[in-house]
Design a protein around this ligand. Structure first.
Ligand SMILES: Cc1cc2nc3c(=O)[nH]c(=O)nc-3n(C[C@H](O)[C@H](O)[C@H](O)COP(=O)(O)OP(=O)(O)OC[C@H]3O[C@@H](n4cnc5c(N)ncnc54)[C@H](O)[C@@H]3O)c2cc1C
Length: 350
């Protein structure tokens, strides 16, 4: 059987996970990327966590998302021969007594309880302030996105499946049911360009907005932990005595640079929870590709055949991308409908 040619535009976590989801015996995938010029994935902390903390509850579709994530990252890890997807307990510091009580009540429920562990008697590092205590999530962790993306890029490049450059609509043509881009024929084109969605006209009607965020990498003087701390913000151990701290949400800021103001905000909040001194190793800023209903947005263009969108991963690309990739590939291969929650059809005008 002749293989179908697929062109994926964008090599963030979305485009990368999607590329690995297509069975190699039926598809030949090529990725076009501009060198991560606007990459959210290279800035992200990469954490994943099935719970929501404001009012303790299980996050949207968490069980299915985690199943797909474990399975997809496991397969990619074998293919690339690297580890990048890690499990780490996450300690949620309660901001007040009511939150502590709510957590205790909720933990007795089977569905919520399966994600948390009884941590009575468990001590956090002595420098952590926790007047109302903490709860521990046992199914959480992080994905080393730069490691995954850089290794994937080398992998695709060595197999001549990577084109370096910026997508140019003038080079794209559709003729007799087949696409061509820059003279090469493709059966299907998939746009996975994250926060730059509106720079390419085909799906610019999808209400996706860039939501700026900043993270720090710090080296504490004394604090040490191999677990994640969450206090509204997070402290994630990344090895070598360093921790990632974040993240800010800065709506409507078109300036892509890091700012002193956000650094101070992150640092002040950190020091309100951990009484220590912190050397700032690094500060990064990026834009989350966010949709108002906070769901991915995936599917075929309403009027243009074999042109697809794979975007809207907001602040949860690590957990959301594998299940959305599974659904898009099932749709392409078998016509299986994409869940209405994430289908681009919810933005079609009737
Ligand atoms: C501060 C911060 C912290 C975050 N923390 C987390 C976290 O802990 N956990 C989590 O799951 N998520 C987190 N996120 C969100 C996460 O980064 C996103 O959900 C995810 O990276 C989106 O991936 P993507 O592939 O859709 O987009 P991107 O990563 O932006 O990838 C798009 C790619 O397409 C390229 N591109 C764009 N336009 C073109 C073009 N015209 N031609 C060619 N290439 C193009 C870009 O340069 C980039 O390489 C965080 C985000 C930020 C900003």
């Amino acid at each position: 059987m002749q293989k179908e040619n697929i062109l994926i535009v964008g090599q963030g976590i979305a485009g990368s996970v999607l590329a690995f989801q297509f069975p190699e015996d039926r598809f030949h995938v090529t990725i076009l990327d501009d060198g991560h010029l606007s990459s959210s994935s290279m800035v992200a902390a990469g954490m994943w966590n099935p719970l929501s903390f404001k009012k303790p509850s299980i996050g949207w579709n968490s069980e299915q998302l985690l199943d797909s994530a474990r399975s997809a990252y496991g397969r990619i890890s074998e293919k690339l021969k690297i580890d990048f997807f890690y499990f780490l307990p996450l300690n949620r510091i309660f901001p007040d007594q009511r939150s502590a009580n709510d957590w205790d009540d909720k933990s007795t429920e089977r569905t919520f309880g399966q994600f948390v562990i009884n941590n009575y008697g468990k001590k956090l590092h002595a420098l952590v302030k926790q007047p109302f205590g903490h709860g521990t999530v046992n199914h959480a962790g992080w994905c080393d996105l730069p490691k995954l993306l850089n290794t994937s890029r080398d992998f695709f490049s060595k197999k001549n499946q990577l084109i370096e450059g910026t997508f140019d609509s003038n080079k794209l043509h559709f003729d007799e049911d087949v696409w061509s881009y820059d003279g090469i024929k493709y059966n299907r084109i998939i746009l996975a360009i994250g926060s730059k969605n509106s720079t390419v006209s085909y799906f610019d009607w999808v209400p996706l907005y860039p939501n700026k965020g900043q993270v720090l990498t710090v080296r504490p003087k004394e604090y040490y932990s191999e677990e994640i701390l969450n206090y509204g913000n997070f402290v994630l151990p990344i090895g070598d005595g360093k921790y990632r701290v974040g993240g800010t949400y800065e709506f409507n800021d078109p300036n892509p640079s890091v700012t002193e103001e956000s650094k101070q905000k992150l640092l002040n909040k950190l020091q309100s929870v951990i009484s220590d001194e912190f050397e700032i190793v690094d500060q990064k800023a990026g834009y989350r590709p966010t949709i108002p209903d906070r769901r991915p947005t995936v599917g075929e263009h309403p009027n243009i055949k074999n042109l697809y969108l794979f975007n809207g991963f907001g602040s949860k690309g690590v957990m959301y991308a594998p299940d959305a990739a599974r659904q898009l590939v099932d749709f392409i291969m078998h016509g299986t409908p994409i869940d209405t929650d994430i289908s681009v059809r919810r933005y079609f005008k009737s």
